[in-house]
Design a binder for this molecule. Structure first.
Ligand SMILES: [Mg+2]
Length: 294
Protein backbone atom coordinates (compact mmCIF):
# COMPACT_ATOMS: atom_id res chain seq x y z
CA UNK A 1 0.00 0.00 0.00
CA UNK A 2 1.43 3.35 -1.08
CA UNK A 3 1.65 5.65 1.91
CA UNK A 4 -0.07 8.98 1.36
CA UNK A 5 1.97 10.59 4.12
CA UNK A 6 5.17 9.66 2.32
CA UNK A 7 4.01 10.77 -1.11
CA UNK A 8 2.54 14.04 0.18
CA UNK A 9 4.81 15.04 3.04
CA UNK A 10 7.80 12.72 3.03
CA UNK A 11 6.70 11.55 6.45
CA UNK A 12 5.41 8.30 7.79
CA UNK A 13 3.73 7.25 11.03
CA UNK A 14 4.07 3.71 12.34
CA UNK A 15 1.34 2.63 14.75
CA UNK A 16 2.29 -0.05 17.29
CA UNK A 17 -0.65 -1.48 19.16
CA UNK A 18 -1.23 -3.91 21.98
CA UNK A 19 -4.13 -6.28 21.29
CA UNK A 20 -5.98 -7.58 24.39
CA UNK A 21 -7.70 -4.68 26.14
CA UNK A 22 -6.43 -2.19 23.55
CA UNK A 23 -7.42 -2.99 19.97
CA UNK A 24 -9.49 -5.94 21.21
CA UNK A 25 -12.24 -5.51 23.80
CA UNK A 26 -11.19 -6.81 27.21
CA UNK A 27 -14.23 -9.09 27.51
CA UNK A 28 -15.36 -9.99 24.00
CA UNK A 29 -11.96 -9.90 22.23
CA UNK A 30 -13.77 -8.10 19.39
CA UNK A 31 -12.38 -5.11 17.47
CA UNK A 32 -15.67 -3.98 15.94
CA UNK A 33 -15.45 -0.47 17.44
CA UNK A 34 -12.00 0.15 15.91
CA UNK A 35 -12.75 -1.29 12.48
CA UNK A 36 -13.71 1.91 10.68
CA UNK A 37 -10.71 3.81 12.06
CA UNK A 38 -8.35 0.94 11.18
CA UNK A 39 -9.65 0.74 7.64
CA UNK A 40 -9.33 4.49 7.24
CA UNK A 41 -5.68 4.54 8.40
CA UNK A 42 -4.69 1.41 6.46
CA UNK A 43 -6.38 2.90 3.40
CA UNK A 44 -3.96 5.81 3.58
CA UNK A 45 -0.99 3.45 3.88
CA UNK A 46 -0.32 3.83 7.60
CA UNK A 47 0.95 0.53 9.03
CA UNK A 48 -0.81 -0.84 12.12
CA UNK A 49 1.65 -3.19 13.81
CA UNK A 50 0.40 -5.53 16.58
CA UNK A 51 2.83 -5.66 19.53
CA UNK A 52 1.50 -8.37 21.81
CA UNK A 53 2.19 -11.15 24.29
CA UNK A 54 0.47 -13.55 21.90
CA UNK A 55 2.31 -16.23 19.90
CA UNK A 56 3.11 -16.45 16.18
CA UNK A 57 0.47 -19.18 15.85
CA UNK A 58 -2.17 -16.94 17.42
CA UNK A 59 -1.23 -13.95 15.24
CA UNK A 60 -1.36 -15.88 11.98
CA UNK A 61 -5.07 -16.49 12.59
CA UNK A 62 -5.85 -13.21 14.30
CA UNK A 63 -4.23 -10.81 11.81
CA UNK A 64 -6.45 -12.18 9.06
CA UNK A 65 -9.53 -11.52 11.16
CA UNK A 66 -8.24 -8.00 11.85
CA UNK A 67 -7.58 -7.36 8.17
CA UNK A 68 -3.86 -6.79 8.80
CA UNK A 69 -1.16 -8.10 6.49
CA UNK A 70 1.87 -6.14 7.73
CA UNK A 71 4.53 -6.84 10.36
CA UNK A 72 3.76 -7.99 13.91
CA UNK A 73 5.64 -8.46 17.17
CA UNK A 74 4.98 -11.54 19.33
CA UNK A 75 5.59 -12.88 22.84
CA UNK A 76 6.17 -9.48 24.47
CA UNK A 77 8.86 -8.29 22.12
CA UNK A 78 10.64 -11.64 21.68
CA UNK A 79 10.46 -11.51 17.87
CA UNK A 80 9.33 -9.36 14.96
CA UNK A 81 7.80 -10.97 11.86
CA UNK A 82 8.05 -8.78 8.76
CA UNK A 83 6.16 -9.58 5.56
CA UNK A 84 8.30 -9.57 2.45
CA UNK A 85 6.92 -6.44 0.80
CA UNK A 86 6.97 -4.21 3.89
CA UNK A 87 10.56 -3.08 3.43
CA UNK A 88 12.48 -2.53 0.19
CA UNK A 89 15.42 -4.70 1.35
CA UNK A 90 16.15 -7.61 3.66
CA UNK A 91 16.08 -6.30 7.25
CA UNK A 92 19.49 -6.40 8.90
CA UNK A 93 20.06 -9.46 11.08
CA UNK A 94 16.74 -11.07 10.16
CA UNK A 95 16.31 -14.65 8.94
CA UNK A 96 13.73 -15.97 6.48
CA UNK A 97 11.33 -18.28 8.32
CA UNK A 98 7.71 -19.37 7.83
CA UNK A 99 7.20 -16.83 5.05
CA UNK A 100 8.51 -13.81 6.99
CA UNK A 101 11.70 -12.00 7.79
CA UNK A 102 12.18 -12.74 11.49
CA UNK A 103 14.26 -10.76 13.92
CA UNK A 104 14.37 -12.34 17.38
CA UNK A 105 15.56 -10.88 20.66
CA UNK A 106 15.45 -14.00 22.83
CA UNK A 107 16.84 -17.53 22.82
CA UNK A 108 14.43 -20.14 21.53
CA UNK A 109 11.96 -21.84 23.88
CA UNK A 110 14.04 -25.03 23.96
CA UNK A 111 16.87 -23.19 25.62
CA UNK A 112 14.55 -22.00 28.41
CA UNK A 113 12.99 -25.46 28.74
CA UNK A 114 16.50 -26.86 29.25
CA UNK A 115 17.16 -24.36 31.98
CA UNK A 116 13.82 -25.13 33.66
CA UNK A 117 14.62 -28.86 33.51
CA UNK A 118 17.95 -28.22 35.20
CA UNK A 119 16.35 -26.54 38.21
CA UNK A 120 13.36 -28.89 38.37
CA UNK A 121 14.79 -31.55 40.74
CA UNK A 122 15.05 -28.91 43.46
CA UNK A 123 12.26 -26.47 42.54
CA UNK A 124 9.90 -28.43 40.27
CA UNK A 125 7.26 -28.85 43.00
CA UNK A 126 6.71 -25.07 42.96
CA UNK A 127 5.47 -24.70 39.40
CA UNK A 128 3.79 -26.31 36.42
CA UNK A 129 5.35 -25.67 33.03
CA UNK A 130 3.22 -25.17 29.89
CA UNK A 131 5.33 -27.85 28.19
CA UNK A 132 4.25 -30.40 30.81
CA UNK A 133 0.55 -29.52 30.77
CA UNK A 134 -2.11 -31.31 28.79
CA UNK A 135 -4.29 -29.15 26.54
CA UNK A 136 -7.11 -29.69 29.04
CA UNK A 137 -4.94 -28.39 31.84
CA UNK A 138 -3.95 -25.31 29.78
CA UNK A 139 -7.64 -24.61 29.10
CA UNK A 140 -8.34 -24.96 32.82
CA UNK A 141 -5.52 -22.65 33.93
CA UNK A 142 -5.80 -19.95 31.25
CA UNK A 143 -9.56 -19.84 30.76
CA UNK A 144 -9.05 -19.92 26.98
CA UNK A 145 -11.20 -21.85 24.53
CA UNK A 146 -9.55 -25.12 23.49
CA UNK A 147 -8.63 -23.93 19.97
CA UNK A 148 -7.13 -20.70 21.34
CA UNK A 149 -5.30 -22.57 24.09
CA UNK A 150 -3.71 -24.77 21.44
CA UNK A 151 -2.42 -21.73 19.53
CA UNK A 152 -1.32 -20.00 22.73
CA UNK A 153 0.65 -23.08 23.81
CA UNK A 154 2.77 -22.98 20.65
CA UNK A 155 5.34 -20.64 22.14
CA UNK A 156 8.65 -20.18 20.34
CA UNK A 157 10.71 -17.93 22.60
CA UNK A 158 9.80 -18.41 26.25
CA UNK A 159 7.93 -20.57 28.71
CA UNK A 160 5.07 -19.68 31.08
CA UNK A 161 5.16 -21.32 34.50
CA UNK A 162 2.05 -21.62 36.62
CA UNK A 163 3.23 -20.69 40.10
CA UNK A 164 2.12 -22.95 42.95
CA UNK A 165 4.38 -21.69 45.74
CA UNK A 166 4.09 -18.69 48.03
CA UNK A 167 4.87 -15.06 47.10
CA UNK A 168 8.02 -15.28 49.19
CA UNK A 169 9.21 -18.40 47.39
CA UNK A 170 8.42 -16.68 44.09
CA UNK A 171 10.67 -13.73 44.90
CA UNK A 172 13.69 -15.94 45.61
CA UNK A 173 12.87 -18.12 42.59
CA UNK A 174 12.91 -15.00 40.37
CA UNK A 175 16.29 -13.96 41.78
CA UNK A 176 17.69 -17.42 41.06
CA UNK A 177 16.39 -17.35 37.46
CA UNK A 178 17.99 -13.94 36.96
CA UNK A 179 21.33 -15.28 38.17
CA UNK A 180 20.97 -18.02 35.53
CA UNK A 181 20.53 -15.39 32.80
CA UNK A 182 16.77 -15.51 32.40
CA UNK A 183 14.46 -12.49 32.49
CA UNK A 184 11.34 -13.67 34.32
CA UNK A 185 8.23 -11.47 34.01
CA UNK A 186 5.21 -11.81 36.28
CA UNK A 187 1.86 -11.73 34.49
CA UNK A 188 -1.27 -12.79 36.32
CA UNK A 189 -0.95 -16.37 37.53
CA UNK A 190 1.96 -17.10 35.24
CA UNK A 191 5.64 -16.38 35.44
CA UNK A 192 7.07 -15.98 31.95
CA UNK A 193 10.65 -17.18 31.60
CA UNK A 194 12.48 -15.83 28.58
CA UNK A 195 15.19 -13.55 27.28
CA UNK A 196 15.98 -9.88 27.77
CA UNK A 197 13.32 -8.40 25.51
CA UNK A 198 10.29 -6.15 25.74
CA UNK A 199 7.81 -4.39 23.47
CA UNK A 200 9.91 -1.21 23.53
CA UNK A 201 13.14 -2.84 22.33
CA UNK A 202 11.25 -4.45 19.46
CA UNK A 203 9.54 -1.18 18.49
CA UNK A 204 12.87 0.65 18.46
CA UNK A 205 14.51 -1.99 16.28
CA UNK A 206 11.73 -1.90 13.67
CA UNK A 207 11.68 1.91 13.65
CA UNK A 208 15.46 2.03 13.08
CA UNK A 209 15.30 -0.54 10.31
CA UNK A 210 12.39 1.27 8.63
CA UNK A 211 14.25 4.57 8.90
CA UNK A 212 17.48 3.02 7.55
CA UNK A 213 15.58 1.88 4.48
CA UNK A 214 13.65 5.17 4.08
CA UNK A 215 16.45 7.67 4.61
CA UNK A 216 14.62 10.71 3.25
CA UNK A 217 11.40 10.07 5.13
CA UNK A 218 10.76 11.46 8.61
CA UNK A 219 9.35 8.52 10.57
CA UNK A 220 7.45 8.86 13.85
CA UNK A 221 5.76 6.30 16.06
CA UNK A 222 2.53 6.06 18.03
CA UNK A 223 2.20 3.28 20.63
CA UNK A 224 -1.12 2.23 22.18
CA UNK A 225 -1.48 -0.06 25.17
CA UNK A 226 -3.45 -0.66 28.36
CA UNK A 227 -1.18 -2.72 30.59
CA UNK A 228 2.11 -2.95 32.47
CA UNK A 229 3.76 -4.95 29.71
CA UNK A 230 3.13 -1.98 27.39
CA UNK A 231 5.15 0.46 29.50
CA UNK A 232 8.47 0.00 27.64
CA UNK A 233 6.88 0.79 24.25
CA UNK A 234 4.74 3.60 25.66
CA UNK A 235 7.84 5.28 27.13
CA UNK A 236 9.88 5.02 23.94
CA UNK A 237 7.36 5.91 21.20
CA UNK A 238 7.10 9.50 19.93
CA UNK A 239 3.48 9.56 21.04
CA UNK A 240 2.03 7.32 23.75
CA UNK A 241 -1.63 6.43 24.09
CA UNK A 242 -2.92 4.68 27.20
CA UNK A 243 -6.17 2.92 26.51
CA UNK A 244 -8.59 2.92 29.43
CA UNK A 245 -9.34 -0.51 30.89
CA UNK A 246 -12.50 -1.72 32.64
CA UNK A 247 -10.41 -3.72 35.13
CA UNK A 248 -7.37 -1.66 36.07
CA UNK A 249 -5.86 1.82 36.15
CA UNK A 250 -3.76 2.98 33.18
CA UNK A 251 -0.10 1.97 33.59
CA UNK A 252 2.10 4.58 35.25
CA UNK A 253 4.60 6.28 32.98
CA UNK A 254 7.53 8.60 33.56
CA UNK A 255 6.89 10.65 30.43
CA UNK A 256 4.39 13.49 30.47
CA UNK A 257 4.79 14.91 26.94
CA UNK A 258 2.83 13.61 23.97
CA UNK A 259 0.97 11.31 26.31
CA UNK A 260 -2.74 10.71 25.81
CA UNK A 261 -5.18 8.61 27.80
CA UNK A 262 -8.46 7.56 26.22
CA UNK A 263 -11.76 8.22 27.95
CA UNK A 264 -13.45 5.30 26.24
CA UNK A 265 -12.49 1.66 26.80
CA UNK A 266 -10.55 -0.71 24.51
CA UNK A 267 -11.24 -0.39 20.77
CA UNK A 268 -13.60 2.57 21.35
CA UNK A 269 -10.74 4.42 23.06
CA UNK A 270 -8.36 3.33 20.30
CA UNK A 271 -10.59 5.03 17.73
CA UNK A 272 -11.25 8.06 19.95
CA UNK A 273 -7.56 8.97 20.23
CA UNK A 274 -6.33 8.00 16.75
CA UNK A 275 -9.17 9.96 15.12
CA UNK A 276 -7.82 12.99 17.00
CA UNK A 277 -4.13 12.33 16.34
CA UNK A 278 -4.52 11.51 12.65
CA UNK A 279 -7.73 13.20 11.51
CA UNK A 280 -8.92 12.66 7.97
CA UNK A 281 -8.19 16.33 7.19
CA UNK A 282 -4.45 15.52 7.39
CA UNK A 283 -4.69 13.72 4.06
CA UNK A 284 -6.42 16.59 2.29
CA UNK A 285 -4.56 19.55 3.70
CA UNK A 286 -1.64 21.14 1.91
CA UNK A 287 0.03 22.03 5.20
CA UNK A 288 3.43 20.50 5.91
CA UNK A 289 2.40 19.44 9.39
CA UNK A 290 0.37 16.32 8.71
CA UNK A 291 -0.49 15.40 12.28
CA UNK A 292 -0.14 16.41 15.88
CA UNK A 293 2.34 13.65 16.58
CA UNK A 294 5.34 15.10 14.77
MG1 LIG B 1 -3.34 -5.43 26.95
Amino acid sequence: MQSELISKYNRQVLIFTDLDGTLLDHYSYEHEDAKACMERLLGHGIPIIPNTSKTFAELITLRKRLGLNGPFIVENGAAIFINKNFLPEKPKGAVWQDGFWVKSFSSKRNYWLGLIKKISPEHGHLFESFANMSLERIVETTGLEESDALLSSQRQFGEPLLWKGTEEQLESFILMLRRLGAHPVKGGRFLHVGGDCNKGIALTWLLKEYQRQHRNVTVSTIALGDGKNDVAMLEIADTAVRIASPVHEPPELERTLKLYTSNKLGPKGWTEVLDQLIPESVFFSSSKTPDKTT
